[in-house]
Design a binder for this molecule. Structure first.
Ligand SMILES: C[S@@+](CC[C@H](N)C(=O)[O-])C[C@H]1O[C@@H](n2cnc3c(N)ncnc32)[C@H](O)[C@@H]1O
Length: 393
């Protein structure tokens, strides 16, 4: 196959695949890319030429929303075919990562021990901490153990699975050092607030700290804190940051109930957290983020796109993950206008920024205001785009 994705550049805490495991990674990504290029785009043809006319004949009108499109397309063999392949690929991808991480676990634990002997940063775990139910009720996007599983005091399994798996899940688009989302976040902040130079930064929902360490290296003088609700991912993130020589203070803490004082950060960020959070959790989190932000401080987030910008068939495609990929909150997040979300939390409309980002073929992010600016040199189009949104307090 020709669509080969290079291996991620390993740091000592990255699980390393052997030959056969890597061959499985390649084949999974190749099929994913093939689906994106050749299979998904034709679903719209099946919808327009076959399913929609059939629906109109039955109901005297066309489908009115993405849920009607979803139920209609369930009967289409073409949609059944790609949906089944997509789900199988997802399970193959994560199962393979589980095998790699399980085999690598003794080495990863030894590396963690070594790097945590004399740490620059810190890790605060609270033994009474209770992971929110919306996180531990599901192994999100079919990832074995989700974010929450921690079976022993030195367990790193789900974190290792995520660290390497996230690279292949996103078909290598997160950058070979997993630096992509963090550098994009820094670019977004510098794009909108060129003079801004934060002294205290908080990353909410940091998982293994990929975004945190990229942002920390952009403002090396700043004091950096990062929180998450999974003990194993926090343990791993701490060791990972130390092996990358980054000083980060990690805390096992929920974003909707933080113990930081009011107005204690200049910059509060999150990446990919809200679409995996209940409505109540997301509302609680953005309110808390505003509380801990000082006046004049900035909050900035990236996440999957707002569905309202797409037609109802595209929304059905965008929301597939909610129904078939163990992403229970995805559908409600894609229905939520980002500006409204920030205003509801208390930010003023005139202080909100809401923009779209895409990658060029070199993997660099660029930002534009309209979702369908296909003339932009970076625009690859489609629902794979991400949205950056934020506000000044
Ligand atoms: C898609 S991952 C985030 C990816 C991460 N920002 C990165 O750079 O790789 C979502 C994360 O949000 C965390 N999360 C979910 N609810 C949370 C909450 N209430 N407080 C803090 N973190 C939360 C999950 O445990 C998970 O690690």
């Amino acid at each position: 196959m020709t669509n080969y994705v290079p291996e991620p550049i390993a740091h000592p805490m990255m699980p390393v695949a052997n030959h056969d495991e890597h061959a499985r990674e390649d084949i999974t990504v190749d099929i994913k890319k093939w689906m994106t290029s050749y299979i998904y785009p034709n679903d719209e043809l099946v919808y327009e030429r076959k399913a929609k006319p059939k629906f109109k004949k039955q109901h005297g009108r066309g489908p009115e929303d993405c849920d009607e499109v979803h139920h209609l397309m369930l009967d289409e063999p073409y949609t059944q075919m790609w949906s089944s392949i997509a789900r199988t690929l997802q399970e193959m991808l994560w199962d393979n990562q589980g095998e790699i991480t399980a085999r690598e676990m003794p080495r990863l634990k030894a590396e963690a021990k070594k790097y945590l002997r004399d740490p620059k940063g810190s890790l605060t775990l609270d033994s009474n901490f209770k992971t929110p139910r919306y996180v531990d009720a599901v192994d999100i996007h079919c990832m074995p153990g989700g974010y929450q599983t921690s079976l022993t005091d030195d367990d790193l399994f789900v974190a290792g699975v995520y660290e390497r798996g996230a690279y292949y899940y996103t078909k290598g688009m997160g950058g070979r050092r997993r630096e992509g989302p963090g550098t994009a976040m820094v670019n977004a902040i510098r794009n909108f607030y060129p003079e801004f130079s934060p002294k205290r930064i908080l990353d909410v929902g940091c998982t293994t700290g990929g975004t945190s360490t990229s942002i920390a290296s952009a403002w090396p003088e700043a004091e950096f804190h990062a929180i998450d609700v999974g003990p194993a991912v926090m343990r791993y993130a701490h060791a990972r940051a130390e092996c990358l020589d980054q000083k980060v203070h990690f805390h096992l803490m929920s974003g909707d109930d933080m113990s930081f004082p009011d107005q204690s950060f200049d910059l509060v960020v999150s990446g990919g957290v809200f679409h995996e959070t209940s409505v109540k959790g997301a509302r609680g989190m953005i309110k808390e983020m505003r509380r801990v932000l000082r006046s004049g401080g900035i909050t900035m987030h990236y996440d999957i796109p707002f569905g309202g910008a797409f037609n109802i068939h595209e929304q059905f495609m965008l929301n597939w993950d909610c129904w078939y990929n163990a992403e229970p909150f995805w559908r409600q997040w894609t229905a939520w206008d980002r500006t409204d979300f920030l205003i509801e939390a208390g930010f003023k409309k005139e202080c909100v920024v809401d923009t779209w980002a895409d990658r060029d073929r070199h993997g660099n992010f660029a930002f534009f205001e309209k979702p369908f600016d296909e003339t932009h040199p970076s625009a690859q189009g489609g629902t794979g785009r991400v949205q950056f949104f934020g506000a000044k307090k």
